[in-house]
Design a binder for this molecule. Structure first.
Ligand SMILES: NC(=O)C1=CN([C@@H]2O[C@H](COP(=O)(O)OP(=O)(O)OC[C@H]3O[C@@H](n4cnc5c(N)ncnc54)[C@H](OP(=O)(O)O)[C@@H]3O)[C@@H](O)[C@H]2O)[C@@H](O)CC1
Ligand SMILES: Nc1ncnc2c1ncn2[C@@H]1O[C@H](COP(=O)(O)OP(=O)(O)O)[C@@H](O)[C@H]1O
Ligand SMILES: [K+]
Length: 496
């Protein structure tokens, strides 16, 4: 599991360790990573050009101390102070002691920014608030040819949420200390972080409010048939999906559900004839189900299907047209339910569910906040789709998934996901497990189908699910976050 803690939690954990050399540990890890980057890039640290951007807090202190270590290994280090009168005194003294250049001339800083082999972004870390200050902002737009390493988190990104109020520095790599911050896992912030390397400094923060399942946890959660299983014991998922107008959505939900670990799929939409032709294994008869998926392409049947689903005593996943209908009815429509409800909106549907309190763009820019808000308002688990999928519970705890790829943004992709998660619910996973496990597999399936990068269809995603399931079921792979190390995860090639 990858855990992310809030600034408040980090501060409290830090206070418990008062007197311990936390900064030394952080700096040692940071400098070692920078040295490895330089060795990979230039063959050695000696003679490399390093630019340190130092703000007025400890984040700047970390960057200056790391700069001093690199200078002692022969790097030509320049430090640019953004608030010269308040630079970290001990760190500045350490850097000056190496004979490195120190300036507060931002013109010099910007010129060096373009030339340096490595830039340390120590402008601001977990102490940041609001948009980048004017002195710092130009660095967010300045071209560069070197590697930009964010210290703790990219400056300009809100640590707790991943929101970016204005400009932010786009890192090639982030070295974070003690624990992950939510912003390193959730877009748009995560998109500025690059791969994330965690330096252990001994912090022992409490339960994480935001976490990301990794291969091992997914492996442990995947439903597997036991020796005495039969198809009913494994779970039956009912699909209220597909209409005369949108038969395809029903078929894609079936395709997702068939690969989701349930024993059987009971199809109850209007595309039955085509569905059974394509998927002869489905059941068309009415009967018991252990979960219901309502909404994908359900068109003219939506209101009735939603009534049926919400009146049931089984877990219900509401997607697509079902969400539009639910938005019309409002949160009270879920008030009487005794079984769990899972809502799976994309940003536009989320905006609708919020009744106009936020636009789709605002939802996408503040994914964690809006997923939590929706979960609280509707008293349901919410899976907010998009570049980072966020699953939130009414109590605010959240799981995020980053295995996806933008190639997943293709018509019908969400229908496959709805069927897949519906099957996981039928197999007995609670929504807070079924939703992130489904998103994890769906994301990997998209990646597998897209290969090195090619347009894929929703059917391709469904077809890739068995291979991805087999791979995930093996667990124990040191695979984390974005699997190719593009973002959170092992720092491909830059780590040990
Ligand atoms: N916690 C731990 O366990 C450990 C933490 N460590 C390190 O400490 C860091 C936290 O240090 P910190 O508390 O000094 O705050 P920090 O991030 O440097 O920022 C504060 C300064 O930034 C300024 N500023 C604010 N907003 C801004 C903006 N938008 N744009 C520009 N500037 C902005 C603000 O200025 P002011 O508002 O006062 O004018 C203030 O002076 C943490 O990220 C990690 O690197 C490690 O060393 C080891 C263990
Ligand atoms: N930029 C992106 N990066 C990663 N995944 C994405 C991106 N855009 C969309 N997705 C994923 O693609 C799927 C699209 O679902 P949805 O919007 O419901 O499409 P549809 O309604 O056509 O089925 C979701 O799983 C979503 O998380
Ligand atoms: K930073």
């Amino acid at each position: 599991m990858r855990h992310a803690h809030t600034v408040e939690q980090v501060r409290a954990a830090e206070a418990e360790l008062a007197g311990q050399p936390l900064m030394d540990r952080a700096v040692a890890g940071l400098a070692a990573t920078c040295a490895r980057v330089l060795i990979r890039r230039r063959g050695r640290v000696y003679g490399s050009r390093v630019l340190v951007l130092a703000g007025s807090g400890d984040n700047g202190g970390d960057a200056l101390f790391a700069g001093a270590r690199l200078a002692r290994r022969g790097a030509a280090v320049t430090a640019v102070l953004l608030t010269p009168e308040r630079a970290h005194p001990a760190a500045l003294a350490a850097l000056r002691a190496t004979g490195s250049q120190v300036t507060s001339d931002q013109e010099v800083g910007l010129a060096d920014f373009s030339r340096a082999d490595l830039i340390l972004d120590g402008i601001v870390g977990i102490g940041g608030s609001g948009p980048l200050r004017p002195a710092a902002e130009p660095y967010a737009h300045q071209p560069r040819r070197g590697v930009l390493v964010a210290v703790d988190l990219p400056s300009g990104v809100d640590a707790d949420t991943g929101e970016v109020a204005g400009a932010a520095l786009r890192a090639d790599l982030t070295v974070t200390f003690g624990t992950h911050k939510p912003s390193l896992l959730i877009d748009p912030g995560a998109g500025y972080a690059g791969p994330v390397q965690l330096v252990e400094i001994g912090l022992r923060p409490p339960t994480a409010p935001v976490e990301a399942l990794q291969h091992d946890e997914v492996a442990a959660l995947l439903p597997r048939p036991a020796a005495e299983s039969d198809k009913y014991k494994r779970g039956v998922v009912g699909l209220l999906a597909g209409s005369e107008r949108y038969p395809g959505a029903g078929l894609l939900a079936v395709a997702g559900a068939l690969h989701g670990g349930a024993g059987a799929v009971r199809y109850q939409g209007r595309a039955a004839e085509e569905a059974v032709r394509r998927h002869p294994e489905i059941l068309l008869t009415a009967g018991r189900v252990q979960s219901l998926v309502v909404g994908p392409g359900s068109g003219e049947d939506t209101a009735e299907s939603l009534d049926d689903a919400l009146a049931s005593q089984v877990p219900v996943l509401v997607d697509a047209d079902g969400l539009t209908e639910l938005a019309r009815r409002g949160p009270r429509a879920l008030a009487g339910r005794s079984a769990p409800t899972l809502l799976t909106p994309h940003a536009g549907e989320a905006a609708r569910l919020l009744g106009g309190d936020a636009s789709a763009e605002q939802v996408a820019a503040a994914r964690l906040r809006h997923a939590r808000e929706l979960a609280a308002r509707y008293g349901a688990t919410v899976l907010l789709k998009g570049s980072t999928t966020v699953v939130a519970r009414p109590d605010g705890t959240a799981r995020v998934n980053s295995t996806g790829t933008a190639w997943l943004a293709t018509a019908g992709s969400g229908d496959v996901l709805a069927g897949l998660i519906g099957a996981l619910l039928a197999a007995g996973l609670p929504p807070f497990d079924a939703a992130p496990v489904g998103a994890y597999l769906h994301g990997l399936a998209g990646r597998l189908a897209a290969g090195s990068g090619a347009p894929i269809t929703a059917s391709d995603i469904a077809a890739a699910l068995p291979a991805v399931w087999r791979d995930a079921a093996q667990g124990d792979r040191p695979q984390e976050g974005r699997p190719q190390g593009r973002r959170a995860g092992n720092v491909a090639g830059l780590g040990d």
